[in-house]
Design a protein around this ligand. Structure first.
Ligand code: ADP
Length: 493
């Protein structure tokens, strides 16, 4: 594997089950491609149901010991893991940008962001308080405690290969759960490196297990967990279609679910907005990871009175974005993850132009001496967007900004909410009454008010409607991995 790292032992290609690195039982391999070139550069285990079951057995066996540890001790393991992630940031960032394609500076940001969840939950681990309920009738003491739910299966997407898995594993371990994890097929190496560091942090065998597979085998691997009564919870980030499938398939064993699914985020620029701030916010929110984030603004509504001015300012900024491989320091937009992703972006743009949209910049694939690969797409701005276009109702997941016009607050709020999704919503306004009115009416789990960068380990991240349920980060994040027990103790007469 050609990747120059300080610590070559971070490059793992085997599963990690019960404290041991091992090939999957059938020995099959799944190849990992570099999105910048499309060329294969690593191969990991292409696991089957047997490997998934072995991982679940290890996690179940380790559960009693892990949950019995004092919270302070579990916290110490997480702190050590956090320190190792920080210490190895540069290597982790290189692995992320190699397999996922985000520019190195962004990959470093992702390591810091993912690490912040590990640190946060090392601190939250010791605060899973219960309650004492005042005595209601004589002779009975009523108490509430929180307990870990049991074995947790974590299934993650490719767009943030480190942060998404860290923010699932950290609260699960903090709560006293044990974990079986399956990273996305496009980006398994970062997750494997992270688990290697967890091993080094001394996290006991069986507490954290990881198996990898190809897209073809994923139904089999995850299917083994879905039907396994020992797996008590599924925590998933990915598409709404797969999230619904997991909810359906885990119904028979009534697992708990945390689902962080697709979005279709509106971004509203009111006539009283500070336009430069709104452009900055849009650039930050939209072009992070080349638009491949679930909170990426998908529909940008701009008031008629400022439409032309906003479009002009935006285009100037978008044209300055340099497209290139993650390895170049001056790249701001890396390659898209794979051919399927670029095809979808291209078809959204062509559909928008066929339905009356006007292209101000971009709109096509990029191939030149710098961006020399199959998966590059130019940052794009389309004006006169309308709701017949596919990009109005589907997540484009790429560097495309469609500008819709509006002239009335009620109308734009109705349009913003007119989607089955409800993850993030953004708006810019300087009118304080409007700020509280609109923030209250937007149907989203996360609202950005005069701000484009919303993610924080200290805040609850998650959606409403078909964007899912459950929250990651913050003090609410631990609850997702805990169940409530009521103790009623008599005999005090
Ligand atoms: P994306 O379209 O961004 O790849 P997916 O929802 O398809 O999003 O994938 C997110 C995660 O879900 C990945 O780890 C993927 O392997 C996994 N996944 C995909 N299909 C299934 C399935 N049928 N059952 C379980 N997991 C799946």
């Amino acid at each position: 594997m050609s990747l120059t790292l300080t610590r070559t032992d971070l490059l793992k290609e085997q599963n990690f089950i019960d404290g041991q690195w091992r090939d999957c039982i059938n020995g099959f391999k799944h190849e990992v491609a570099d999105p910048a070139t499309g060329a294969t550069f690593a191969s990991v285990s292409d696991s089957s149901a047997v490997d998934a079951q072995m991982a679940a057995t290890a996690a179940q066996t380790a559960f009693d010991g892990w949950r019995a540890l004092p919270a302070r001790e579990r916290a110490r393991f997480l702190k050590r893991w956090h320190a190792l992630i920080v210490e190895n940031s540069e290597d982790l960032a290189k692995i992320i940008s190699r397999e996922q394609g985000k520019p190195l500076a962004e990959a470093r940001g992702e390591v810091a962001y993912g690490a912040s969840y590990v640190e946060w939950f090392s601190e939250e681990a010791v605060r899973s308080y219960g309650d004492i309920i005042p005595e209601q009738v004589g002779g009975k003491k009523l108490m509430v405690t929180k307990e870990p739910v049991g074995v947790v299966a974590a299934i993650t997407p490719w767009n943030f290969p480190l942060a998404m898995i860290a923010r699932k594993i950290a609260p699960a371990l903090a709560a006293g759960c044990t974990v079986v994890a399956k990273p996305a097929e496009d980006t398994p190496l970062t997750a494997l490196a992270l688990v290697r560091l967890a091993e080094e942090a001394g996290i006991p065998p069986g507490v954290l297990n990881i198996v990898t597979s190809s897209r073809e085998k994923v139904k089999e691997v995850v299917g083994a967990w879905l039907t396994d009564t020992r797996v008590r919870k599924i925590t998933f980030t990915g598409s709404t279609a797969v999230g619904k499938h997991l909810a359906r398939e885990s119904a028979d064993t009534l697992k708990r679910l945390s689902l962080e699914l697709g979005g279709n985020a509106p971004f509203i620029v009111f006539e009283d907005a500070e336009l430069d701030a709104a452009v900055n916010g849009l650039m930050a929110a939209k072009f992070r990871n080349g638009g491949q984030t679930c909170v990426s603004p998908n529909r940008v509504y701009v008031h008629d009175a400022v439409y032309a001015q906003f479009a002009e300012k935006l285009v100037a900024r978008v044209e300055a974005l340099r497209v290139g491989p993650a390895t170049r320091d001056d790249s701001l937009i890396g390659p898209m993850i794979n051919a399927r992703a670029v095809d979808k972006i291209e078809s959204h743009v062509q559909d928008a132009l066929a339905r009356g949209g006007k292209l101000l910049t971009g709109g096509k694939r990029v191939k030149n001496d710098v961006a020399d690969g199959p998966n590059y797409f130019a940052p794009t701005v389309i004006i006169e967007a309308n709701h017949d276009m596919a990009l109005a109702s589907e997540e484009t997941f790429g560097p495309v900004v469609p500008l819709f016009r509006f002239s009335d607050e009620n109308e734009v709020v109705r349009l913003a909410n007119n989607t089955p999704y409800g993850l993030a919503a953004y708006f810019y306004s300087r009118d304080i009454a409007r700020v509280s009115r609109v923030a209250g009416r937007l149907q989203a789990g996360i609202v950005g008010i005069n701000e484009g960068a919303l993610a924080s380990e200290a805040a609850p991240f998650g959606g409403v409607k078909e964007s899912g349920y459950g929250r990651e980060g913050s003090r609410y994040g631990l609850d997702d991995y805990m169940q409530t027990k009521y103790h009623c103790q008599g005999g005090f007469a």
